[in-house]
Structure formats: structure tokens, C-alpha cells
Ligand binder design. Structure first.
Ligand code: PPY
Length: 499
């Protein structure tokens, strides 16, 4: 039931308890009383805004249509006269003062010369909670660091005197043209770090000819992102499979209708990893929890990600692949393969590709790096005569910070490489311009590294150009990667209360 009458702020304010809870989001009122126990982020945060305008808290975490799709129409109460709504007074916190200080002193984008620089800047100019969510990885964070280290155990075998006056690093990914052998991998909750969220990626991708993989849990809605893309701009979609398959079916078919060129199904997250940096942050909105929820069990220790992951279906299995093939004609790619055994099953299931990935070190800790897995996967698929196959592509993600990393993955058989956090940090630090700069840095690095490697085009990057003999030895010493280590923050243990 949509109410034609325009409500006033004081009318909404009367409904401010657990038993009768209205909130305002984007100028409209909603009755969320029955929804409280179901809210994946817990009741506490909603009750903090009971009877009030919750837009400031809602916006960074949810796509704009989340509230309208999750609440039945009878709970949509209609527009509220903005002039009568009390502004939610956000006190200036120590954190805001810190952010203002760092934002005012932010290095000019002209001084950014490597992908690591975006991380250095982003860490200090985004809210602590955003940094904790983005940067965290699971358990002891061994895998996130190994992802980086693995690239440093592969050495180049460069070729010389090949007339490298012109070099070309453009390629195709799933048949779509890409100016780089790199795609923007899915990262969630972009508005925690920048008000435009993932649209920064879409706009930069449009201007640079790079392909963006849109995340199911993006802060911007899928349609907002597609609407921001240029006509003909290819997009991929990362999919978390819902327990309610009807929701997934509609989502996938809608994406296909809107022209998405590839469906990347995440298969490494039947449960979300325990990311302790994120978990140590207080649950969003826990501070100042209202009187109404005393005595209620509020999960305080889950962190942003775990709190909203309950919709993901842990029963997903190989048996579901034919169903996906039956509901879409988009190429299907399984994202999160970690062994040759599963790569073979994926190939035999008839999907069009696999991403060798450990989810940026955020899922099973001490899982091997995608790069290491790549060597065993290509060997196993070749041994069965499955490769080469132009209709089956292998991608790798995790730990990539340099074009030289990408070249190593390509030499070992990857078609392209996914880059997630560096592009996320680029827009947290400098918005769309940051992402464009990150892509420019890749271009500059590709040009130099391809010349020095003696490869004039992607086809000329061959396995003989790398020595990966140390890749599976997890104990070889290499020179320390100082830039990486300067942004990596060691985990810390439980904190004592301040007296
Ligand atoms: C991740 O955080 O690693 C994700 O893949 C996104 C996400 C965000 C929130 C809940 C579940 C997954």
C-alpha cells in the first residue's frame, strides 16, 4: 500500500520503538518493525535511527533499492516532507577530525607513481571501518601476504634484440576487447570509501577500455552501474548465489538482458572468512545503541562483511552448474578455484572459464596463491588434452600490484588477471581520476616491461620467459618488498578497556 499523503517528520518520530519502528530513507518512510529481526546487519543499527532519517547510515552500505526490494509494498509509507524532518546531528568525532586533517594534506595525484601509493593514501583518508573491511583478510592473514610474495618467486628470462619499437598489451577477455590484460575485479561496499562508490570504476573503465566486474554486493545498484556505462561498454557480473534461487534467477536474467558479458560465480565463500581486523571494529552503529534494545542479543563481533553475508547459499554444489547453464546464455566462469582437481571438474562441467583465486586472502587462510595454482592447473588440463582451448579461459587474481606480475601470470597460461583492492584504493583516494591513473600506471609499466622482456604482443609472452621453479617452495628468501610491507598492518590482539 503506498500512502498518497505526505508524512511529516514528527509523525514518523512517534514510531520509535522496537514494537513500532519507522525510518526515513531517501525522503521516504518505511515501517521496518517486522523486518528488524531479519536485518542481516542486526537490529541495533536500525533502532538507532528509529523514528528518524536513517539515510546517512543506509547509503554507504546498501544499494539504493535494497529497502524497497526487501520490504513488502504495504510497509512503504510514502514521502516525508523534508522541511519537517529533524536533521540527524552527527557530532564531530575524533575520527572525522583525523580524516579532515589527512584529506587536507593528501598528496597530489601527480605524485602517485605506483599502485602501492593508492593504498598508502587510501588508508589515511577513508573511515577506519572502511579500511578495516577492505584491507582485512582471514585468520592470520598468511594468504594475503603470500599472494604478493608468490610473484616474487617467479623470475624473468628476458629475450633481447627483438626490435621492440612498438609493443601492444591489448587483448580480449571472453571475446571482449580490453586495452589491458587486466580486469577490475569485484570488490564490495564501495561507498564506505568514496561517496560515488563503484561508479568511479565504471566511469574510469569507460574512458580507458578496461572491463569492470560488477559485485553482487556493490554499494551502487546493478542498474545504476549499467546506466553509468557507455553504450557498448562490456561489463562482467560477480555473483553470490542466494539461498532463494528465484532471486538469483531473476538477477542473472536481468543482468543478461542488460548486456552483461560474463557471469563470474563466486565458489569459494560458502561461509565468509573470519577477518579479524574487520571483526575488531565495532559493528556499524553499535555505539550509542538505543535503550529499546537492552537485553537483546546483538551480534557485535562479526564485522561489516559477516553481518551481511547470511543470504549466501552454502549448499551450492557442482549439481547447480547445469541449472545456471539453463537460465543464461552468458559465459559462466567459476571464481575461486584452488586446485587442479576442481579445474578439471569445472572444465568438464562445460563452463567457459575459471578464476584461480583465494578471494584476496579473505577466505581459507594458508590457501595457496592463484599464481601457484596456475602452474598445476595448466599442467593438469594440458595432460588431459583440454588445453589449448580458445573457448576456455583461465584467470588469476590476488596480490597483483605491477604489470610485471601480470606478465608472469600470462607467461604461465593466464588469459588475464583480476585486480581488486588496488583499483578500490585508487578511487577511495582520488575517485574516478585515481582509477584512470592506476590504469595509466599499468600502461607505462606494460610498455617498459614488455620491451625489456622482448615480447611485442601478448602472444609473444610464453612460458619460457619465466623461471617458476621456486614457486612451490614457500621458504625461499627474496629481497623484501618494502612498499607492500609499509602499508601492511600487522594484526593486533585483544584490547584491554581504557581506564
Ligand atoms: C568480501 O568481503 O570478501 C566479499 O566478497 C563481499 C562480501 C561483503 C559482505 C558480505 C559477504 C561478502
Amino acid at each position: 500500500m503506498s500512502n498518497a499523503r505526505v508524512l511529516t517528520g514528527p509523525e514518523v518520530a512517534k514510531h520509535n520503538s522496537r514494537d513500532d519502528c519507522w525510518i526515513i530513507v531517501h525522503g521516504k518512510a518505511y515501517d521496518v518493525t517486522d523486518f528488524l529481526p531479519e536485518h542481516p546487519g542486526g537490529q541495533a543499527i536500525i533502532l538507532k535511527y528509529a523514528g528518524k532519517d536513517a539515510t546517512v547510515a543506509y547509503e554507504p552500505i546498501h544499494p539504493p533499492d535494497a529497502i524497497t526490494t526487501n520490504l513488502p509494498p504495504s510497509k512503504h509509507l510514502g514521502p516525508v516532507d523534508a522541511s519537517t524532518v529533524a536533521k540527524v546531528v552527527q557530532e564531530v568525532t575524533e575520527e572525522q577530525k583525523r580524516l579532515e586533517k589527512y584529506r587536507a594534506a593528501k598528496p597530489s595525484i601527480d605524485t602517485v607513481i605506483s599502485l602501492h601509493d593508492f593504498e598508502t593514501v587510501a588508508r589515511l583518508v577513508i573511515p577506519e571501518k572502511a579500511w578495516a573491511y577492505y584491507s582485512s583478510a582471514s585468520d592470520d592473514e598468511i594468504t594475503i601476504r603470500e599472494n604478493r610474495m608468490a610473484y616474487q618467486r617467479v623470475w624473468f628470462r628476458p629475450r633481447i634484440l627483438r626490435d621492440v619499437s612498438t609493443v601492444d598489451w591489448s587483448t580480449t577477455i571472453l571475446g571482449q576487447k580490453s586495452t589491458l590484460p587486466v580486469y577490475i575485479s569485484a570488490t564490495a561496499l564501495g561507498k564506505l570509501g568514496h561517496p560515488d562508490g563503484e561508479l568511479c570504476l565504471t566511469r574510469a573503465a569507460a574512458n580507458t577500455g578496461v572491463i569492470q566486474m560488477v559485485a553482487t554486493l556493490a554499494s551502487c545498484s546493478f542498474d545504476e552501474i549499467v546506466d553509468a556505462a557507455k553504450p557498448g561498454q562490456p561489463l562482467f557480473l560477480q555473483l553470490y548465489v542466494n539461498r532463494d534461487r528465484e532471486i538469483t534467477r531473476k538477477y542473472v536474467q536481468h543482468a543478461e538482458k542488460r548486456g552483461v558479458k560474463g557471469l563470474f560465480i563466486t565458489v569459494d565463500a560458502p561461509q565468509l572468512g573470519r577477518r579479524e581486523k574487520d571483526m575488531r571494529m565495532k559493528q556499524v552503529g553499535d555505539e550509542g545503541v538505543a535503550e529499546v534494545q537492552r537485553g537483546q542479543k546483538v551480534k557485535k563481533d562479526e564485522g561489516v562483511a559477516r553481518a551481511i553475508s547470511s543470504f549466501i547459499d552454502p549448499s551450492l554444489s557442482w549439481k547447480d552448474i547445469p541449472w545456471f547453464k539453463s537460465i543464461t546464455k552468458m559465459p559462466i566462469i567459476l571464481k575461486g578455484i584452488g586446485t587442479a582437481e576442481d579445474a578439471i571438474l569445472a572444465y568438464e562441467a562445460g563452463v567457459q572459464g575459471i578464476v584461480l583465486s583465494n578471494h584476496g586472502g579473505r577466505q581459507l587462510d594458508t590457501a595457496r596463491s592463484g599464481l601457484e595454482v596456475l602452474v598445476e592447473v595448466t599442467a593438469a588440463l594440458r595432460a588431459r588434452g583440454y588445453l589449448p582451448n580458445p573457448n576456455f579461459e583461465i584467470y588469476v587474481d590476488g596480490g597483483v600490484r605491477r604489470a610485471s606480475d601480470v606478465l608472469k601470470a600470462l607467461a604461465l597460461g593466464a588469459k588475464a588477471v583480476g585486480v581488486g583492492r588496488p583499483f578500490l584504493y585508487a578511487f577511495c583516494a582520488y575517485g574516478q581520476e585515481g582509477v584512470e591513473k592506476a590504469i595509466q600506471i599499468f600502461r607505462d609499466e606494460f610498455e617498459m616491461n614488455m620491451r625489456l622482456l622482448g615480447a611485442r604482443s601478448i602472444d609473444e609472452i610464453v612460458p619460457e620467459m619465466v623461471d617458476a621453479s621456486a614457486l612451490t617452495s614457500h621458504s625461499v628468501l627474496t629481497p623484501p618488498d618494502n612498499l607492500f610491507h609499509s602499508t601492511y598492518q600487522p594484526l593486533i590482539g585483544a584490547k584491554f578497556n581504557e581506564s
